[in-house]
Design a protein around this ligand. Structure first.
Ligand code: ADP
Length: 237
């Protein structure tokens, strides 16, 4: 379980100087195993910044992140990242095929399951990509491959930054199917950031609404989005 407690962060913070830089203010949230949470906000609301804090790419000025009750520090970051996967970083080595990338990178992840990777690629309709150079994959193939790679690590928690951006609608359904399968089979906790809740509302359990660096509303999908589960304009409130 990942718990963020009152995280505060400011880009370019300088003591004694009044600057109008973007800030994350008092952001708290909980991501439990086996549930899908959504970080919902317009572009510029601070979703990527908050995910970067949760994955230890940025460090909060105040507040703390607890992973299964233990505070995240620079010392335990490597162990944390063996259990937590973040889709947003470039994961692959250009100039190698998908298969060669898997052979190379799986060495670093003891929990990596090659058979499961192949199954996921098949499920995503991307089995034909195994022998392709990663730099020749289309945007959609790249997303599916990256996601299959992350899921085959069998992470306990998956942080996804706008996973459906830039992929065509047919691929989106494949990607959502992959994610649902993972939650069901592995009890993985998932946090997905998006500005388009309609696309994922069916699979989401909890929603956190972000505005201008703060989480302004949190609750179950039905509490936040209403009974129809998605189409209400949460930003209009
Ligand atoms: P979102 O993911 O919701 O679109 P971001 O977290 O990417 O939002 O950005 C939130 C704000 O932080 C934006 O105003 C953006 O310009 C600013 N920002 C992002 N990265 C930096 C940075 N490295 N330095 C200064 N400001 C940044």
């Amino acid at each position: 379980m990942l718990e963020a407690k009152k995280l505060n962060y400011r880009y370019g913070f300088k003591i004694g100087k009044e600057k109008d830089d973007f800030e994350i203010r008092d952001a708290s949230l909980l991501i439990e195993p086996g549930y899908v949470s959504c970080l919902l906000g317009k572009n510029g609301a601070g979703k990527t910044t908050l995910l970067s804090l949760l994955y230890g790419m940025l460090w909060p000025r105040t507040g703390e992140i607890l992973w299964n009750g233990t505070p995240l520090t620079k010392r335990n970051l490597t162990a944390f990242r063996r259990e937590v996967a973040y889709a947003g970083e470039s994961w692959c080595i250009d100039g190698l095929t998908v298969k060669q990338n898997v052979e190379t990178l799986s060495i670093f992840y003891p929990s990596f399951d090659k058979k499961y990777f192949e199954n996921l690629m098949h499920l995503a309709g991307a089995e034909g990509c195994m022998e392709k150079l990663v730099d020749t994959l289309s945007a959609g193939e790249r997303v599916k491959t990256e996601l299959s790679f992350l899921l085959a690590r069998r992470p306990k928690l998956l942080l996804l930054d706008e996973p459906l951006a830039n992929i065509d609608p047919v691929f989106k359904l494949d990607v959502l199917e992959l994610l649902q399968k993972t939650v069901a089979e592995n009890e993985t906790g998932i946090l997905i950031s998006t500005h388009l809740v309609d696309e994922i509302s069916d699979m989401v359990d909890y929603v956190h609404v972000m505005e201008n660096g703060s989480i302004v509303e949190s609750g179950s999908r039905f509490e936040v989005l209403g009974e129809e589960g998605g189409l209400r304009d949460v930003f209009a409130k």
